[in-house]
Design a binder for this molecule. Structure first.
Ligand code: NAD
Length: 477
């Protein structure tokens, strides 16, 4: 594959210095490669987005909505190939790849609906307390936006940014992760198939250098970033240097709080899904299990059985519950945490090691009674590694759950709904699930408190992130 970058309506070969190699993590083998885009090509992409902005922001929002519905339809048409690509490049089990497709389709459909309603929201009169004036509101696109995304849910994280940005009337330069770049190239092919005006959507591929060229560029009006806290900090510094807005969706170390009145079998299912979905490579992984002390031993026994029963393997050669980690770097990182756990003398109830297969597989893992000063208790591992700790009271559970520099999500499991609601209200996070799997609905918000980020995606908040509020005030005199 040579022409990997979509700039100003054309597919072009990368002119950067770095070779991007795309791997199948189940085999640890490369299956595609291309040259990264150069800094000059990032300039060209931003210039194209600037040229396209006046026309795109001025067409009716319902015309933009028609393109978004086209994106949803085209993703549907490419469903099978996108499922296969996610299985090959991310190592996702088939059923998880399907969920990602459905999520992307519903995101484009939802923002098409919001775009259709935009016209009614323009020219909204504002009631003023002083006579002699009128004022109305306009919601305008923020302008050219840079979108930088990670590799764990490539189709989805891009859809969560792309759909509302296009709906709002922004033009876009998207930089996918160098680990899973082919999946988002599909959005370029869809733009081409739909006849989306040149420059409205541009896609540049590459590593940190390409991302930095985009986030440091004076020609963008906003940067929306999903990824690690380390890079998020750099992106925020570049935005600060230009005094421009930024949305950051960063890491997590989320708690799942299990009270002793729960249905244990159901709890096990939700706990396992919260740490093993996408092989634990989820910003929202509920990787800290807080369990009420009188059920802790029984729950540990059941979790051990459930984790050891999971079918871990290559999703392309058989039905599996969990695939490999998506990159060798991630596999090395999780392996390092296994070594730290051994050095810290943690009690390992299940797993605790890599699997001796060809690709980048690790065992679903449970460490119990993990001390609060353990690195595994506080740091984001981004793998199927669950750490548990006991609590004796609701107050203690809350204090342990909130004792984190992150604040993305949490899950509460209890038969006492009043208590569950009370706990949910006190958790310092952006989303709480009560007695539920991690169901994410496009109508609800996504984003964190504390070190998990700034701003919200999805729902109407996801659209607002790409809108600028203007008021037009007139003296009636
Ligand atoms: P990462 O920060 O390494 O990379 C994210 C993106 O930033 C990639 O496209 C990468 O090429 C680019 N990048 C790297 N260096 C850059 C630089 N100096 N300037 C600009 N861009 C640069 O993250 P990752 O390993 O791809 O993803 C894992 C992280 O993402 C985890 O911490 C996870 O929690 C987080 N994440 C958060 C959410 C959320 O919604 N909060 C969702 C998914 C992932």
């Amino acid at each position: 594959m040579t022409h990997a970058h979509y700039i100003d309506g054309h597919w072009v070969a990368g002119e950067g210095a770095e070779l991007i190699t795309v791997f199948d993590p189940s085999l640890g083998q490369p299956f595609a490669e291309f040259m990264a885009s150069s800094t000059a090509q990032v300039d060209q992409a931003i210039a194209a987005a600037r040229r396209a902005l006046p026309a795109w922001r001025n067409i009716s929002a319902s015309e933009r909505a028609a393109y978004l519905r086209g994106f949803a339809e085209q993703i549907e048409q490419r469903r099978e190939s996108l499922i296969a690509l996610q299985m090959q490049n991310n190592g996702k089990p088939h059923h998880e790849a399907v969920v990602d497709i459905d999520d992307a389709v519903s995101t484009f459909t939802y923002y098409a609906g919001l775009a259709e309603g935009l016209a009614d929201q323009q020219r909204r009169e504002v009631a003023l307390s002083v006579p002699g004036f009128t004022s109305h509101t306009r919601l305008e696109p923020v302008g050219v936006v840079g979108l930088i995304v990670p590799w764990n849910f490539p189709l989805v994280t891009s859809a969560w940014k792309l759909a509302p940005a296009l709906a709002a009337g922004c033009t876009v330069v998207l930089k996918p992760s160098e680990i899973t770049p082919l999946i988002e190239q599909t959005y370029g092919h869809i733009a081409e198939a739909l006849g989306l005006p040149a420059g409205v959507l541009n896609i540049v591929g590459g590593k940190a250098e390409t991302g930095a060229a985009l986030s440091n560029h004076p020609g963008i009006n906003k940067l929306s970033f999903t990824g690690s806290n380390a890079v998020g900090g750099q992106v925020m510094r570049s935005s600060a240097a230009h005094c421009r807005p930024v949305t950051l969706e960063l890491g997590g170390k989320s708690a799942i709080v299990v009270f002793d009145d729960c249905d244990l079998d159901q709890a096990v299912e939700w706990i396992v899904a919260g740490i093993c979905w996408n092989a634990g490579q989820m910003c929202s992984a509920t990787s800290r299990l807080l369990v009420q002390d009188n059920i802790a031993d029984t729950l540990t026994e059941r979790l051990k059985v459930a984790l050891e029963k999971l079918r871990v393997g290559n999703p392309l050669t058989g039905e599996v519950d969990m695939g490999p980690l998506t990159s060798q770097a991630q596999w090395n990182k999780v392996n390092e945490y296994f070594a730290i756990a051994r050095a810290e003398g943690l009690h390992c109830a299940a797993g605790g090691d890599v699997l001796p297969d060809l690709g980048w597989f690790v065992c679903p893992t449970l460490y119990t009674d993990v001390p609060l000063n353990s690195r595994l208790w506080s740091e984001e591992i981004f793998g199927p590694v669950l750490c548990s700790h006991r609590f004796s009271s609701e107050e203690q559970a809350l204090s342990l759950a909130n004792d984190s520099r992150f604040g993305l999500v949490a899950t509460v499991i209890s038969a006492d709904l009043e208590r569950a609601e009370r706990v949910a209200n006190t958790l310092e996070v952006g989303h709480v699930w009560i007695n539920s799997i991690q169901a994410v609905f496009v109508e609800t918000s996504w984003g964190g408190t504390k070190g998990s980020g700034i701003g919200r995606e999805l729902g109407p908040w996801g659209l607002s992130a790409y809108q600028s509020v203007k008021h037009v005030t007139r003296c009636l005199g």
